[in-house]
Write a protein that binds this ligand. Structure first.
Ligand code: KIV
Ligand code: ZN
Length: 541
């Protein structure tokens, strides 16, 4: 465990909690578990696995992660709770199976939040802090306390609240710049002052949690470390509320690349960074901009002739870190048409996929199909194939046939046959403005529940005419307009990839909307009837 004065910085990953609060990023519990596995491989110290009081599904996902990933050698598993006894009880219920559980509780401390959100006085906030930290401490010894909106709070009041939290048993004190408002100098001054003036400051770990609204999250987090913080809260690819959180890869690579300047260590295996980034992008549907530091597709690309010339003469002329350090494999070709099942399984294991025999058999037959169409199968292809096969939402509706005619001039027409939840089949036929539109309309005819398509992106996973196309769609449920839902699909045929992505998004929406339906359906064994009720705008029955 890091101490106040040590040079080890703990990496607290909140991709599954704050990251999942990104619009449209909702993850299935299988996806959450797979990301948690990858975070453990990456070597994070703490995984904040979710917000258990939000829903029974969230609680269950955190509980599964605590049981399966929170082993003795694995990371600490944390869950977030508002400063309410019920929230804290739920977190404890969820994180208890972990070998090293943590309860993370928070309350706002800025006058703005006290007046307009909490409608509480400062003494009331202090009192609640004491009581809730003590309540959490009655369950376990690892307690994190956060002062929400600390960046805009009165530092003197922060000192008071933090001292009470420490006295009541908090072991980590987190100082969130919740709205991404502070500058690095201000954040440095804030952490320094809190450490200097808070009674008991030396007995806890100080932590940063910075949002990126003004693009200063990484700079602020690094300033916090320089001021003595020894935990940084981050997300993979920097996803999170609004403009996102501090990105894990940026802080970790800054500490590594500028080691002489910062003098800090982390426990991260940096060669797992790219893989973690791709997995999170693929599961959340939030793609990484090409110019994103460390993990963007252009992060190691050199276009200008003068740069290319320099790189050829000596790599460090224009590269401050090597692609291999972050896990960008230089030899991309891994498998082909003649590769056998054994080589396939070994490669999947090397990539970190833990699939049972049946799953390997299914993946292998998809691999063979792909290898018939595509000569060289890369790691990125394999990752997309496995994501497409195994980390999709529950298949409530499933495409069995898809046919499209299009051209110019012409009428783009799609015919889609799907299996419905009642095991019956239905056919949709539509003419659209283009082939993708025609396919989506045909799917809508069958599924019924109205949605608006708000985003459609397609990108190729590798270079070449035979590359796999990866499609991400985002839809908004007309019955729940505040929520954006994403889906992804991969195929060498981008129309097929588009159809898969659209149906995945629809299935995810139905699974979310149909909590009641699914419960009722398990009771009556009639998911078809439950779906009909949902389709008509009901609650499942
Ligand atoms: O941004 C924030 O303030 C948070 C806290 C709940 C830790 O996410
Ligand atoms: Zn946050």
């Amino acid at each position: 465990m890091a101490t106040q004065n040590g040079n080890r910085v703990l990496i607290f990953d909140t991709t599954l909690r704050d990251g999942e609060q990104s619009p449209g990023a909702s993850l299935t519990s299988t996806e959450k578990l797979e990301i948690a596995r990858q975070l453990a491989r990456l070597g994070v110290d703490v995984i904040e696995a979710g917000f258990p009081a939000a829903s029974p599904d969230d609680l269950e996902a955190v509980r599964r992660i605590a049981g399966e990933i929170g082993t003795e050698e694995g990371p600490i598993i944390a869950g977030l709770a508002r400063a309410h006894p019920r929230d804290i009880d739920k977190v404890w219920e969820a994180v208890q199976p972990a070998a090293r559980p943590r309860i993370h509780t928070f309350i706002a401390t800025s006058d703005l939040h006290l007046e307009h959100k909490l409608r509480m006085s400062r003494p009331e906030v202090v009192d609640r802090t004491r009581k809730m930290v003590a309540h959490a401490r009655s369950y376990c010894s690892d307690i994190e306390f956060s002062c929400e909106d600390a960046g805009r709070s009165d530092p003197a009041f922060l000192v008071e609240v933090c001292s009470h939290a420490i006295e009541a048993g908090a072991t980590t004190i987190n100082v969130p710049d919740t709205v991404g408002y502070t500058s690095p100098e201000e954040y440095f001054a804030l952490i320094s002052r809190l450490r200097a003036e808070t009674p008991g400051a030396d007995n806890v770990i100080w932590s940063t949690h910075c949002h990126d609204d003004l693009g200063m999250a990484t700079a602020n987090s690094l300033a916090g470390i320089r001021a003595g913080a020894r935990q940084v809260e981050v997300t993979v690819n920097g996803i999170g509320e609004r403009a996102g959180n501090t990105s894990l890869e940026e802080v970790v690579m800054a500490l590594k690349t500028r080691h002489r300047y910062f003098g800090m260590e982390t426990g991260i295996d940096t060669t797992q960074i790219i893989r973690s980034s791709r997995m999170v992008a693929s599961f959340t549907g939030i793609s990484v901009p090409p110019n994103k530091a460390v993990v963007g597709s252009n992060a190691f690309a050199h276009e200008a002739g003068i740069h290319q010339d320099g790189i050829l003469k000596h790599q460090s002329t224009y590269e401050i870190m090597t692609p291999a350090t972050v896990g960008l494999d230089q030899s991309k070709l891994v498998l082909g048409k003649h590769s056998g099942r054994h080589a396939f399984r070994v490669r999947l294991e090397q990539l970190g996929f833990e699939l049972d025999d049946d799953a390997v058999a299914t993946a292998f037959s998809s691999f063979k199909e792909l290898a018939d169409k595509k000569k060289a199968i890369t790691d990125a292809d394999l990752e997309a194939l496995v994501a497409d096969e195994f980390f999709q939402p529950e298949e409530i509706f499933k495409i069995v046939d898809l046919q499209v005619t299009c051209g110019s001039p012409g009428m783009p027409t799609a015919t889609v046959r799907m299996i419905k939840p009642d095991d019956g089949q239905a056919i949709g036929v539509s003419v659209g403005t283009g082939p993708v539109d025609a396919v989506f309309q045909s799917i809508d005819q069958i599924i019924g529940r109205p949605t608006t398509l708000v985003e459609y992106t397609v990108h190729s996973i590798t270079e070449g005419i035979d590359a796999l196309g990866n499609v991400t769609v985002r839809i908004v449920d007309a019955n729940d307009p505040g929520r954006t839902i994403s889906g992804h699909g991969a195929d060498v045929d981008i129309i097929v990839a588009s159809a898969k992505a659209y149906v995945a998004a629809k299935n995810r929406m139905i699974a979310r909307a149909g909590g009641a339906a699914r419960v009722a359906a398990t009771e009556t064994n009639d998911i078809g009837a439950a779906w009909e009720s949902l389709r008509m705008g009901g609650n499942g029955f």
